[in-house]
Design a protein around this ligand. Structure first.
Ligand code: 4AD
Ligand code: MG
Length: 430
């Protein structure tokens, strides 16, 4: 019976055939232990000299790393392995021999591994990280579908900036100037006026000259947008969503979290509600923590976010930032117009901002005024103004950065390991 490693529990004490690659190997005169992987998981194949013909044992001992092979054998329980099963190998049919695979079990430098990203993805650690990424994506669709959202796909080629104009990738669009999307938000606002509650999931691009462990040039964002939802209600949806993601990963990725040595208790603690502090309170907290120079009106950097997060054992919302350090579309607080109805969600353990969101300006006159202040006047934004012209309603939305969330849940230091082929300041290969 042909099967895959993640299905072997259905074939206890039965003979199966699996297409696999050799990840690693140990052998002595009488026995060979093959670490096999097939993309669905990892299993140990045991080849005992006295149980197989001589040719098979010779083949097993000579198998090189990443050689592809059909392995036939009996599935048995193995209480010593975290996976719980191993295979007693009877037969090996080599498909293609791999010679001198560049990534060996010894340590390699980061640049070397990044140059071989197309091969590095095969490692057990990278496999675990990508499975966690996949689980977050699966749980995202599940959560928003259960909550009555529909998925809407905004364009990637756009004629207008959504966030800062300095971080745009320019491209030619026949005779016009176009940009790669920094955020689907403006289009998602149009979608919310048509469908009520919507979310998007897609790639976004920032031509940011940042070289930090939290920045990618191309990253994936989940952007919900909700008609008739005000700032406070949006925060409740955000905390429920992030808790759901954490609990889904805990439930469905225990092997992967174990492979990554992740502290499970820290994730188990990610349950709604999350604490909320205002920007003003955050400034006070930073002063108490020794950031004496910080002034009201300044944006927070990574060290500030990390220091604030240290005071909480859950993710924390920082709300009501000064209007002039946030995007043009954020709605001013009616009680105090110098701050906006927005929140950044800061992850614990130094993983930084994972969500940015706000209530949006719904008043046409105010939106026109903001346009002028930001120098955005022009035809490219006419459609966005019209959303405030025909039955404008209060609405809110947010964007969750997928890679930062993967880094946090997986306990991975740098976002470059959380996306299959990272685009970084100095890297477009492979
Ligand atoms: O805070 P940002 O820039 O917000 C927006 O783009 C809004 N338009 C979203 C919305 O309201 N619909 O980005 C949102 C999130 C950040 O909190 C962060 O997690 C992630 O996207 N992010 C990045 N992740 C990796 N590399 C980068 N260069 C990122 N920039 C933002
Ligand atoms: Mg932000």
């Amino acid at each position: 019976m042909k099967t895959t490693i993640n299905q072997v529990d259905k074939y206890l004490d039965q003979e199966v055939r699996i297409g696999a690659w050799l990840a690693n190997k140990r052998s002595s005169g009488k026995i060979a232990f093959l670490q096999l992987r097939d993309g669905t998981g990892f299993i140990q194949g045991v080849v005992v000299k006295s149980d197989v013909d001589e040719e098979t044992f010779t083949k097993a001992k000579a198998l090189t790393q990443e050689t592809s092979v059909y392995v036939t054998g009996t599935i048995v329980e193995d209480t010593r392995s975290p996976f719980g099963y191993e295979m007693q190998v009877k037969q090996l049919d080599i498909i293609d021999e791999s010679v001198d695979f560049p990534i060996t079990p010894k340590e390699h430098g980061t640049e070397f591994l990044m140059d071989h990203r197309h091969l590095w993805l095969r490692s057990k650690r990278q496999h675990a990280v990508m499975k966690i990424r996949n689980e977050i994506i699966r749980a995202t669709y599940q959560f928003f579908s259960d909550e009555g959202f529909i998925k809407i796909d905004p364009p990637i080629l756009t004629g207008s900036a959504a966030e800062g104009t300095t971080e745009l990738f320019h491209t030619k669009y026949f005779d016009e100037e176009a940009y790669l999307s920094q955020s689907g938000q403006l289009y998602m606002e149009a979608a919310a006026m048509a469908f009520g509650k919507v979310f998007s999931f897609g790639p976004t691009f920032r031509a940011e000259k940042s070289k930090t462990r939290r920045h990618l040039i191309e990253f994936w964002m989940i952007e919900p947008e909700m008609a008739f939802v005000e700032h406070e209600e949006s925060l409740v949806i955000q905390e429920n969503y992030v808790s759901y993601l954490a609990q889904s990963v805990l439930k469905n990725c225990s092997l992967e979290l174990n492979t990554l040595d992740r502290d499970i208790d820290k994730l188990a603690n990610v349950t709604a509600p999350f604490p909320r502090i205002t920007y003003d309170q955050a400034i006070d907290l930073l002063k108490e923590k020794g950031f004496n120079d910080i002034q009201w009106g300044e944006d927070f950097g990574a060290p500030h976010e990390t220091a604030i997060a240290e005071s909480f054992d859950k993710p924390v919302f920082i709300t009501h930032y000064p209007a002039n350090i946030k995007a043009f579309y954020m709605k001013p607080d009616p009680k105090r117009p110098e701050v906006v109805l927005c929140a950044d969600l800061i992850a614990p353990e130094g993983y930084g901002e994972i969500i940015g969101g706000s209530q949006r300006i719904d008043d046409l006159a105010l939106m026109k005024q903001r346009y002028q202040e930001h120098g955005l006047a022009g035809d490219a934004y006419q459609w966005y103004l019209e959303l405030r012209q025909y039955g404008s309603v209060p609405h809110s939305g947010f964007g969750l950065g997928l890679e930062r969330t993967v880094a946090w849940f997986a306990g991975v230091e740098h976002v470059r390991e959380t996306i299959p082929f990272p685009r970084l300041l100095n890297r477009l290969y492979p």
